[in-house]
Design a protein around this ligand. Structure first.
Ligand SMILES: CC(=O)SCCNC(=O)CCNC(=O)[C@H](O)C(C)(C)COP(=O)(O)OP(=O)(O)OC[C@H]1O[C@@H](n2cnc3c(N)ncnc32)[C@H](O)[C@@H]1OP(=O)(O)O
Ligand SMILES: CC(C)C(=O)C(=O)O
Length: 556
C-alpha cells in the first residue's frame, strides 16, 4: 500500500510548546462534564431518539450527575425543538443542571434556537462554524477574514437575541474542525468572538476546541490546547473546553493530556457514542480518574443498569471489551490471570487492605455494580486450577487441597477443550461431583464399625458391582487407616501417601462435613476422592472409597 503521495499530516503543531504539563502525573480534579449524548450522540444514530426516549435519556444523565447537558440542535427538527420545549414547559430541568443547545452561525437557525429557549431559566448557547483549511477551501470557499466574519456575525446575533429573550444565557463558541486549523488562525477567530462577547470572570464564555476529527497523536492535541490556553485573550474569563472524537482511537488520551495541558471542561458521551468512531467516552474518563482516587463526581455505581437503558434507547451495543462498561472487561479466562486474581482477593481479605491492588483488576468491579461471581472468573480451556478452585470455593464452599485442585483443573480444562465451550460454575460443580464425590463403583461403601474396645481394628461392609455385601476387616493406626488396609488387602491393590483434608460445609439447613483424600498408586500417580456426610468420619471413609474407585477405574 503506497501512501506517501496520498496522505500527509493535516494538523498544525503550535510554534511553541513548553510541555510543562507532561510533568503532571495525573488529573487531580474532575473537569466540568458536559454530556453531548442527546446532540452529537443522537445525530450519529441510525434512527435518532424520539421524544419519549430523549426524555428518559435526559433523566438518566441527570441521575448520573451531569450538571451540563447539550440537549440538542433545536433548529434541526421538530423532535429536537419539541424535546426542548417539553423540558422547559414541564419543568423537567433541575435547578442545578444547565442545558446547552447547538446552533450554526446562520441567522434563521440562531433565531429559531432562541425561540426554542423561551422560558428556560438558564442555558448555554453553543455557536460553531468550521475553520479548518479543508472546510474553508472546499466547503465554504471563503477567505480567513470571511470565516471570521461568519463567527463574529453569529456571535453578535447571539448577544442580541439573548438580550431580547428572558433568561440567563451563557455563550459557547467552537471553531469546528479545530484540529485541522492553523493554530494562530484558531486563536484569531476565538479572540475575535471573545471581543464580541466581552466575557468577565462573573460571566465567563466557554471556548470549546474540538478534535472534530482527530488527526494527530495526543501530545500534539494537548500542545495545541496548551498554546491556546496560554495565548487566548480574556483567559481568566474563559472556560476552556474539549470535545474530542475518537478517529485514531485516542479520544480518551487526547482528553486526558489536554486536561493536563490546561482544559477545564470536557464534552463527551456515554460509552463514546457519536459520529464515526464516536466522541470521547466519559465513562472511561471518569472511571480512569476514579481508579486514581479522584472523585469524578459522576455516579457509575450501577453500570449494568446504565448500559441497559443506553442500549434500549440508542439501539447501540456496548462492546464486550469497552473499558469499564464491557461485559468481559473484569473477566479472566486464562489460568495465570485467574490464579493471580484469586490469590489477590484472598490477600485483600486476609490483610484487610484499604487500597485496591488486586492484580489484573484496575478497579473493584463491585464499585460499578459488577458481581465477583460469574463476572471476574469464567472457565474455558485456557483456565487453570487457581480460577477453578476459586469458583468452587466461592460458590460451593469447597476448599480443595492444592494438589487436588491441580488434578481437577486439568479435568475441567479437558472437558472445555473437547466441548470447545465455556463451562458455567454449575457445570464445573457437576464435573466435580461426578469425578470425585461419594463414588460407589466399582466398590461401594455400606457401613463400618470398629471392633469392641479397639479403635484401630475396623470391620467395613462393602458391595462390589452386582455382588452381595460382604464384611472385610483390617487394622491400622486409626479407623481410616484400618479401613484403608482392609480395602487394599481385599482388592489386591497398594497405594501410599494418604493426603487428607476435611472441613465443614454450610449448605442448606444441615451442616455437612467434606473430606478429600489422595492416594498414591505404585506408579506414582495420585488418585483423588471426596466424601460428604453429616458425620465427619463417614465423610472421610467415603472420600477414601472415591479415591480407591478412581484408582480401580484407571487400572481397569
Ligand atoms: C461537527 C458537528 O457535529 S457540527 C453539528 C452538525 N449537526 C447537524 O448538522 C445536525 C443538525 N443539522 C440539521 O438538521 C441541518 O443541517 C440544519 C437544519 C441545521 C440546516 O439545514 P440546511 O440548511 O437544510 O442544510 P445544511 O446543513 O446542508 O446547510 C449547509 C449550508 O450551511 C452552511 N453552514 C454549515 N455549517 C455552518 C455553520 N456552522 N455556520 C454557518 N453556516 C454553516 C454551509 O456552508 C451551507 O451553506 P450553503 O447553503 O451556502 O452551501
Ligand atoms: C459542534 C462541534 C463542537 C462538534 O460537534 C465537533 O466539532 O465535533
Amino acid at each position: 500500500m503506497k501512501n506517501d503521495q496520498k496522505y500527509a499530516r493535516g494538523y498544525f503543531m503550535p510554534p511553541e510548546t513548553s510541555l510543562e504539563w507532561t510533568k503532571k502525573e495525573y488529573i487531580t480534579e474532575p473537569p466540568i462534564w458536559c454530556s453531548v449524548d442527546l446532540r452529537d450522540g443522537n445525530q450519529a444514530l441510525v434512527v435518532p431518539m424520539n421524544l419519549e426516549e430523549k426524555l428518559e435519556y435526559f433523566q438518566m444523565l441527570v441521575d448520573i450527575g451531569f450538571k451540563e447537558i447539550e440537549v440538542g440542535f433545536p433548529a434541526a427538527s421538530e423532535t429536537e425543538f419539541t424535546f426542548l420545549r417539553t423540558l422547559i414547559e414541564q419543568n423537567l430541568i433541575p435547578d442545578d443542571v444547565t442545558i446547552q443547545v447547538l446552533t450554526q452561525s446562520r441567522e434563521h437557525i440562531i433565531r429559531k434556537t432562541f425561540e426554542s429557549l423561551k422560558g428556560a431559566k438558564k442555558a448555554v448557547v453553543h455557536l460553531y462554524n468550521s475553520t479548518s483549511v479543508a472546510q474553508r477551501e472546499q466547503v465554504f470557499r471563503k477567505s480567513k477574514e470571511e470565516i471570521i466574519a461568519i463567527a463574529t456575525s453569529g456571535a453578535e446575533l447571539l448577544k442580541q437575541c439573548a438580550e431580547e429573550t428572558e433568561g440567563n444565557f451563557q455563550f459557547q463558541y467552537s471553531p469546528e474542525s479545530f484540529t485541522g486549523t492553523e493554530i494562530d488562525f484558531a486563536l484569531d477567530i476565538c479572540n475575535s468572538v471573545l471581543d464580541v462577547w466581552q466575557p468577565t470572570t462573573d460571566n465567563p464564555v466557554i471556548i470549546n476546541l474540538p478534535a472534530t476529527v482527530s488527526m494527530s497523536m495526543p501530545h500534539v492535541y494537548a500542545s495545541q490546547i496548551e498554546y491556546m490556553s496560554k495565548h487566548m485573550n480574556y483567559r481568566d474569563s474563559v472556560i476552556l473546553s474539549l470535545h474530542p472524537h475518537n478517529d485514531r482511537g485516542t479520544g480518551v488520551a487526547d482528553a486526558e493530556l489536554a486536561m493536563l495541558a490546561g482544559a477545564q471542561r470536557v464534552e463527551g458521551t456515554l460509552f463514546g457514542n457519536g459520529e464515526r468512531t464516536g466522541n470521547v467516552d466519559i465513562v472511561t474518563l471518569a472511571l480512569n480518574m476514579y481508579s486514581h482516587g479522584v472523585d469524578p463526581q459522576l455516579r457509575f455505581d450501577n453500570i449494568p443498569a446504565i448500559i441497559a437503558v443506553y442500549e434500549r434507547l440508542t439501539k447501540m451495543k456496548v462492546g464486550e471489551r469497552q473499558p469499564y462498561g464491557g461485559e468481559l472487561v473484569f473477566t479472566a479466562f486464562s489460568g495465570s490471570h485467574q490464579d493471580a486474581i484469586a490469590k489477590g482477593m484472598k490477600w485483600r481479605e486476609e490483610k484487610e487492605c484499604v487500597h485496591w491492588s488486586v492484580p489484573y483488576l484496575p478497579i473493584d468491579p463491585k464499585d460499578i455494580g459488577r458481581e465477583y461471581e460469574g463476572d471476574i472468573i469464567r472457565i474455558n480451556s485456557q483456565s487453570g486450577k487457581g480460577g477453578i478452585g476459586y469458583l468452587l470455593q466461592q460458590k460451593y464452599g469447597l476448599d480443595l487441597p492444592p494438589l487436588m485442585r491441580e488434578n481437577f483443573g486439568y479435568c475441567v480444562k479437558n472437558v472445555s477443550d473437547q466441548k470447545q465451550q465455556e463451562l458455567l460454575v454449575e457445570e464445573i460443580y457437576d464435573i466435580f461431583l461426578n469425578t470425585y464425590v461419594n463414588l460407589k463403583s466399582p466398590v461401594e461403601f455400606v457401613k463400618y464399625r470398629y471392633t469392641d474396645d479397639d479403635d484401630f481394628k475396623t470391620v467395613v461392609t462393602i458391595k462390589s458391582d452386582g455382588d452381595a455385601a460382604i464384611d472385610i476387616s483390617g487394622a491400622g493406626n486409626g479407623r481410616l487407616d484400618a479401613i484403608s488396609n482392609a480395602l487394599q488387602a481385599e482388592l489386591d491393590i497398594t497405594y501410599s501417601d494418604l493426603v487428607y483434608k476435611e472441613h465443614a460445609l454450610e449448605r442448606g439447613s444441615k451442616s455437612q462435613a467434606v473430606s478429600y483424600i489422595g492416594v498414591t498408586a505404585a506408579d506414582g500417580v495420585v488418585y483423588w476422592g471426596c466424601g460428604t456426610d453429616v458425620d465427619i468420619m463417614t465423610s472421610s471413609v467415603k472420600a477414601l472409597f472415591s479415591a480407591v474407585n478412581n484408582l480401580l477405574r484407571a487400572k481397569g
